[in-house]
Design a binder for this molecule. Structure first.
Ligand code: AMP
Length: 288
């Protein structure tokens, strides 16, 4: 495994492997790797000839009051995880090379970027799509792996690829969880043991929401939400929900009438426990 910092070198390496007909798999990350990241890496390892993992804490996707400076960073640990997972190249650029002083180009996927997370983190997805497009241009992947944990991000990147005719195929991997259901996240490092236990309620709420819709056939979304809010109140003192939405999984439009709705449903939420912001979601299909 090699670590590449230089942006021209990674582009030359990727170009070479494309030319000789090797399939390049790419897993973009912000490091502080956990089993969720590893599940993406192992799938990519299985499906591709050359596997590139990027580690870059992208400043443009953090809002000024967010945790960019505190975000956990441990390159040595990440290096060993990548090595033992069969990664060929770690791309570990410096921010000054990615965003030189005169940098001025940003990508915006209009519409879906303003929903859900976008309402609470305005501009966040512009940072995400911009860095992801830059990383695609540098690593030239045939296949790119993203987590369902960040459902809206995955949707936005798929849309960007379609709209801008980018030559890569997106593979979405299911959310890897702790035993109590808490979605794995680098930010879980901020949580105390008790907070981790308490945060397990979030996934239980999402599963309950799915059950209320598919099995108990509750007809209106507001009633589902009300039951889930009650469930949270009963089980958690410290979580403050920012949103809990029931939306069409393709366009993220709110679903009100569950009785008539057919298609993919995404129940997603974000909330704070202490100062730590957590997100999670479930995606399922309703036909009848
Ligand atoms: P991050 O380092 O948080 O930017 O995440 C890098 C990639 O890993 C993104 O595509 C995430 O959606 C994905 N990811 C993060 N956490 C998980 C998880 N618990 N299960 C599966 N994928 C994840």
């Amino acid at each position: 495994m090699r670590t590449i910092k230089d942006i021209n070198s990674i582009q030359e390496i990727s170009e070479y492997f494309r030319t000789v007909g090797k399939k390049i798999g790419f897993v973009p990350t912000m490091g502080s790797l956990h089993e969720g990241h590893v599940s993406l890496i192992l799938r990519a390892r299985d499906e591709c000839d050359i596997l590139i993992v990027s580690i870059f804490v992208n400043p443009t996707q953090f809002l000024p009051d967010e945790d960019f400076n505190q975000y956990p960073r441990d390159f040595l640990r990440d290096y060993h995880i990548c090595k033992s997972s069969g990664v060929d190249y770690i791309f570990f650029p410096d921010a000054t090379d990615i965003y030189p002083e005169d940098y001025s180009t940003y990508v915006n996927v209009e519409g879906i970027s303003e929903k859900l997370e976008g309402k609470f983190r305005p501009g966040h997805f512009i940072g995400v799509t911009t860095i992801v497009l830059k990383l695609f241009n540098l690593t030239k992947p045939h296949f790119s792996y993203f987590g369902q944990k960040d459902a809206q991000q995955a949707l936005i990147i798929k849309k960007m690829i379609k709209d801008l005719n980018i030559d890569t195929e997106i593979k979405i991997c299911e959310t890897y969880r702790e035993k109590n259901g808490l979605a794995m996240s680098s930010r879980n490092e901020y949580l105390s043991r008790d907070e981790k236990i308490e945060a397990g309620i979030l996934y239980k709420m999402l599963c309950k929401g799915k059950k209320l819709i598919l099995e108990e056939k509750i007809k209106d979304a507001d009633s589902v939400k009300k039951i889930l809010f009650e469930m949270m109140k009963e089980n958690s003192k410290n979580i403050k929900l920012q949103y809990l939405e029931i939306t069409d999984s393709e366009n993220l439009n709110e679903i009100k009438d569950l009785f008539v709705y057919r298609g993919g449903i995404l129940i997603s939420l974000a909330g704070f426990i202490g100062k730590t912001r957590l997100i999670d979601n479930v995606l399922f299909y309703k036909d009848l």
